[in-house]
Design a binder for this molecule. Structure first.
Ligand code: AMO
Length: 434
């Protein structure tokens, strides 16, 4: 039987082989025609000298529309004219599914297609090797995150995405009608990963969708993203959390560089792996930096996109792409973050990568009385969070954790211009389909 090969596994020694793929291009030069067959890994040239190919087969393969899905069987011959060093002389072909004409957008044409058009026809956009490469790299990133977590004793968890309360503030909650009751899509696994700290599963991680009703039309906000969350018990301070985050990020970046080399080459990108430990700046220090660059933020004010970018420029000039900003004003941070007693600050941090926040985290308030005061201070009703608070009443260890926006991490790693480039089917204020 003829072996089925792809453009990565096909060899001259195969003698004959079947290759499945899409018709990328056909060139008819009179006596000879060439069909470029593309699959997941690359392309192979199907060479058709008119005199040597059975006429019905020749006609079939030279008139088929571009991007049709076909299966070609033929002799594998050495060739010094092709990148693979071989070509396929067809003996049989099956048209698995013919592509309509015209195509909604081109695959290899060198015209700039609007992002909206690309997203509307994402399956065809993904036929472009560089678009596909991003998602192969995203898959590798998830593999590396899981590996790094397991190596450090973290257990993978899954927590509910339809909930009775939010955790990250009311403004970005999506409401769902849950059999007549009001429910919310999870903004993060925050409350559940913390509850689990009281269970003895003392290091947990989750990679899951997070939903934010974020009415922002920017290149870094979407309404559904994949969050990588971690939570760990028995910490002495938030330093323990920052150290863990940097160990994991370092593992991921090194792994991407090594194991993603082929895809990175398709993209023409290199990943720089910042040295450990990542610099740590206090929020106060950052205020000084941005003020020095002309942005007059008040004490306690959020650094915002502009401030983050200015700190990024400052750190970039010093050769640092990745750095922590810690001890934010407690007013800026959610109720679950521990206050730095006697100061307006908190045990919280962000990890910024090339001038953009990719992660937030911190030490949590595990003392029930203080936690309840913080909930009230934020204008929330502790009764609505009773399912969460109960876990703090029967022996809750000190703990802390982080949430990383995986697409933001990937965007910065690959210098992509828009978060939508890192999401197969993005959801934003105006997009709900495909
Ligand atoms: P935070 O709300 O800062 O923290 O979110 C964590 C990280 O998630 C990413 N992110 C987003 N990515 C794309 N689009 C959005 N709309 C969006 N919103 C957030 C960012 C951000 O740094 N529970 C805490 C984390 C913790 O303390 O453990 C939380 O969710 O990269």
């Amino acid at each position: 039987m003829t072996p089925t090969r792809n453009t990565k596994t096909i060899r001259v020694e195969d003698g004959t082989a079947t290759v499945n793929g899409w018709v990328q291009d056909i060139r008819n030069l009179g006596g000879i025609s060439f069909l470029t067959l593309r699959d997941r890994y690359g392309t192979v040239q199907v060479t058709m000298p008119k005199k040597k190919i059975e006429p019905g087969l020749f006609d079939k393969l030279t008139t088929i529309s571009r991007e049709s899905a076909i299966s070609v069987t033929g002799e594998v011959k050495e060739s010094n004219q092709t990148a693979l060093g071989l070509e396929l002389i067809p003996t049989a072909a099956e048209i698995v599914s013919e592509a309509g004409v015209p195509l909604p957008m081109g695959v290899i044409d060198k015209v700039n297609v609007e992002m909206d058009t690309r997203l509307n026809h994402r399956f065809i956009d993904l036929r472009k090797p560089d678009v596909k490469a991003v998602f192969e790299l995203k898959s590798l990133m998830f593999e590396l995150i899981s590996e790094a977590c397991r190596k450090n004793g973290f257990t993978q968890i899954s927590t509910p995405k339809i909930n009775s309360s939010g955790a990250e503030g009311g403004a970005t909650l999506f409401t769902v009608d849950y059999f007549g009751k009001e429910a919310y899509l999870a903004q993060s696994p925050q409350l559940y990963k913390q509850i689990l700290m009281s269970s003895g599963l003392d290091r947990v991680f989750e990679i899951s969708p997070a939903f934010r009703a974020e009415n922002s039309h920017t290149t870094r906000h979407v309404t559904e993203f994949i969050s990588f969350d971690g939570e760990m018990s028995w910490i002495e301070s938030q330093d323990d959390v920052m150290s863990m985050v940097e160990i994991i990020i370092d593992y991921v970046l090194k792994g991407m560089k090594e194991r993603g080399a082929e895809q990175l080459e398709i993209l023409g990108k290199e990943i720089d792996v910042p040295a450990l430990p990542y610099p740590r700046l206090t929020y106060e220090e950052c205020l000084g930096i941005v003020r020095g660059k002309g942005l007059n933020l008040k004490d306690g004010e959020d650094l915002g996109t502009e401030g983050e970018k200015l700190v990024g420029d400052y750190m970039g000039e010093k050769g640092f792409d990745m750095y922590f900003i810690y001890e934010y004003p407690e007013e800026e941070k959610p109720f679950y973050i521990m206050e730095k007693d006697g100061t307006p600050y908190s045990y919280s941090f962000d990890l910024d990568y090339k001038g953009q926040e990719i992660s937030s985290g911190g030490q949590r308030e595990h003392r029930i009385d203080k936690l309840i005061s913080r909930i009230e201070k934020k204008g929330l009703n502790p009764e609505d969070l009773e399912f969460y608070l109960e876990a703090f009443r029967y022996g809750m260890p000190s703990h802390g954790g982080w949430g990383i926006g995986t697409e933001r991490l990937l965007v910065k790693m690959l210098d992509l211009p828009n978060i939508r480039e890192a999401i197969l089917f993005p959801r934003d204020v105006t997009r709900l389909s495909p």
